[in-house]
Design a protein around this ligand. Structure first.
Ligand SMILES: [Zn+2]
Length: 382
């Protein structure tokens, strides 16, 4: 751990240096600057009144399915689509009130969520009747601001800035995953009001869960089963099969390939996987990170041309970008990193709702043919 205010340089390949500075906000939350430009030292003090820090709620076990559910009532009060002038993710000084970031500028910044679903400090766990189980919602939730520019998006960031975001994800994956009480680190981005974003400023989130979430646990069990039977990694076999078939491959680089999965369940679903067996973001090499920094935004730009309006202009695609990686404690030897990119926009103005079949019993129906999704995405290259 770095002491407050100290800056150190993350190990980097030549040509890309990131300085990491850890500081503390007025209510005690941690803020970490990842700077790739020759910026002033990040030394501004959070001048907001010292409020008491928000706590997380608790998690309840669903005995019918084995899932854990976080009960976080305080999140009902969180900031919802504020005007730009009151954006909490812009640097302080750009709007009319101090923001979450005390400095006048930043490159990439990560801080603990003010309205956490999971946090080191939790409310007392309620006493529950026999047959039920509740635990503290320990762990941590962080916000990742991709840029200080309010009016842009991840897809149009400079390559060097995307590389810094990747370095920040890798840093958080390693550090949070090493903490006691953290079972899984999940980096993701929700983009678009249709997906439910509550702030327009380009940002993602990191959840460090106190348990292994349901889908991660299911995928880990299947990967373990495959490995026990074949001695191979399931993720590697899937990637090899997709590349051999080719009909759903969208783009291939030196270190990464993107394909629409055989059993795609969303109106648009794209997986991005490294060619090498890599368990998590922290294990990516400098060369793999460099290629990802240009490869991934180019795919996102294709999404923004996937649907067009009456005038032929692209419609910004609402999406969820979900990094699947090895759980923090156990399963590394069989897990393989990949990014899952999905949308709920079926057609201009038409959303796919997770209705009776999907929400009720998890029975997925996809109106779109995976091979047609891939062909459309290939056509949008450039
Ligand atoms: Zn902003």
């Amino acid at each position: 751990m770095t002491s407050d205010g100290a800056t150190h340089v993350l190990a980097q390949a030549a040509g890309h240096e990131v300085r990491r500075t850890v500081r503390t906000l007025a209510d005690g939350r941690e803020i970490i600057y990842f700077d790739d430009t020759e910026a002033a030292p990040r030394a501004a003090v959070d001048a907001r009144p010292h409020e008491s820090r928000s706590t997380a709620g608790h998690v309840r076990h669903d005995v019918l399915t084995g899932d854990w559910v976080a009960i976080a009532g305080h999140r009902m009060n969180r900031t919802f689509l504020p005007p730009k002038d009151l954006c909490p993710l812009c640097p302080t000084g750009r709007g009319s009130a101090p923001s979450e970031i005390p400095d006048a500028d930043y490159d990439v910044v990560v801080f603990e969520n003010r309205f956490p679903s999971y946090a080191p400090v939790t409310e007392p766990v309620p006493v529950v009747a026999d047959g039920f189980e509740a635990r503290p919602a320990g762990g941590r939730t962080e916000v990742v601001c991709f840029t200080s520019d309010h009016d842009t998006s991840f897809s149009t960031l400079p390559t060097s800035r995307v590389r810094t975001v990747i370095d920040a994800w890798a840093d958080r994956t390693a550090e949070l995953g090493a903490r006691g009480g953290v079972a899984h680190v999940y980096c993701f981005e929700n983009r678009g009001q249709e997906i439910g974003v509550t702030l327009h400023h380009p940002h993602g989130q990191i959840y460090a869960y106190p348990y292994v979430p349901e889908r991660t646990a299911t995928m880990l069990a299947r990967a373990r089963e495959h490995h026990a039977t074949t001695g191979r990694l399931l993720g590697a076999d899937v990637l090899a099969a997709e590349r051999a078939d080719g009909s759903r491959v969208v783009a291939t680089g030196s270190h990464w390939s993107a394909y629409v999965p055989f059993a795609a369940r969303w109106p648009m679903e794209l997986h991005l996987a490294p060619h090498r067996d890599v368990p998590d973001l922290a294990a990516l090499t400098g060369e793999e990170r460099d290629e990802l920094a240009s490869f991934y935004p180019e795919l996102l730009r294709r999404l923004d041309r996937y649907h067009v309006d009456d005038r032929g202009d692209g419609i910004p695609m609402p999406y969820i970008a979900a990094w699947h990686q090895a759980p923090a404690k156990g399963g590394r030897e069989v897990s393989r990193l990949f990014l899952q990119l999905v949308t709920i926009l079926r057609a201009p103005g038409k959303l796919k709702y997770l209705a009776g079949s999907e929400s009720g019993v998890g029975g997925w129906v996809n109106d779109a043919q995976p091979e047609s999704i891939a062909a459309r995405l290939r056509d949008l290259a450039g």
